[in-house]
Design a protein around this ligand. Structure first.
Ligand SMILES: [Zn+2]
Length: 303
């Protein structure tokens, strides 16, 4: 290629890059703005929760992706004088800028994977626990009792990978109106006690005692941190499956979430090899029974 042709091609190439980079910068902004408008437009708290859970991280990622591609394109318009000297500089510039934008993308990916889940969980919790309003306009209160129970249907009880369901039960204390919302257990992301990132995810559930028509069952949830691999086990009561909202009867002596001081009790056991296991219990009786029966060799799941 003679020098004049190369120079002309480079001019065209640079102009195209400006346009494409501009489009991608705008796209990256538009994704964020459209997402925010969409979130703000959802009035129902549970619907907002569901939408955020699915799209929050995805949208940030798409926005970041178009941003880093835009950076890549714009960097390839730099150092035009040097690149004019030799076609090799064109290749070298391409390589260096690809490295820079991959780095931006990768750092963003790490933030989204390890740091952002905690931020999103805070947002999700905000909408999950924001007081609901009953049809008569009263502020509803969340039942506490339901928080420690998990529910399984018959099919789930038979399966190996169970994934329990959490029900939030809201009550209007004046009219006794009930509102029940269903949350899938495997969507929970918890704060890891070891690395403090919000990256603890449910890996496995184990029924240690199935629920019958007369008695509650027991279930263990095994969590593992996706960042530091530490493990946590929590124990839950399995309640009888709720077929519909109408099946639910408000207990006489119901406890509201806000009126209970202790949410859970944690026991951390550290072996002489330094392995840590955390166990969570809903009552001190459960925790005491666990310690009574605990033998390290059987650790960590045989409660
Ligand atoms: Zn961790």
């Amino acid at each position: 290629m003679d020098n004049e042709t190369y120079k002309a091609l480079l001019e065209d190439f640079t102009s195209i890059l400006y346009v494409l980079a501009g489009i991608l910068f705008i796209l990256s902004l538009v994704i964020r703005i459209v997402h925010s408008i969409k979130v703000a437009s959802i009035k129902d708290y549970k619907a907002k929760y569901d939408y955020l859970r699915i799209y929050e991280n995805k949208m940030v990622w798409y926005s970041l992706l178009s941003f880093s591609i835009a950076v890549f394109l714009i960097l390839n318009t730099f150092e035009k004088e040097t690149v004019l000297v030799s076609q090799w500089w064109f290749v070298i510039r391409m390589f260096i800028t690809a490295c820079i934008s991959t780095l931006i993308g990768y750092v963003g990916y790490l933030i989204l994977k390890f740091y952002n889940p905690g931020k999103i969980q805070k947002k999700l919790d905000k909408w999950r626990y924001m007081p609901r309003i009953s049809s008569t306009g009263n502020e509803m209160k969340l039942l506490s009792e339901e928080e420690e129970d998990v529910y399984l249907d018959e099919g789930m009880q038979a399966e190996e990978n169970i994934f329990s369901v959490d029900y939030d039960v809201w009550v209007d204390e004046i009219t006794k109106e009930i509102k029940i919302e269903k949350y899938a257990g495997y969507l929970e992301v918890l704060k890891c006690g070891t690395c403090t990132f919000q990256t603890l995810k449910l890996r496995e559930e184990e029924i240690i005692k199935p629920a019958t028509d007369f008695e509650d069952g027991e279930l263990l949830k095994h969590y593992e941190c996706t960042y530091c691999s530490s493990k946590r086990t929590t124990k839950h009561k399995i309640g009888k499956f709720l077929k519909s909202e109408k099946d639910f009867k408000l207990p006489q002596d119901y406890v509201l979430k806000g009126s209970r001081k202790v949410k859970s009790i944690m026991i951390e056991i550290i072996s002489n090899k330094g392995e840590k296991s955390e166990f969570y219990f809903q009552s001190k009786e459960d925790a005491a029974r666990f310690l009574e029966e605990f033998e390290y060799d059987k650790n960590p799941v045989e409660v």
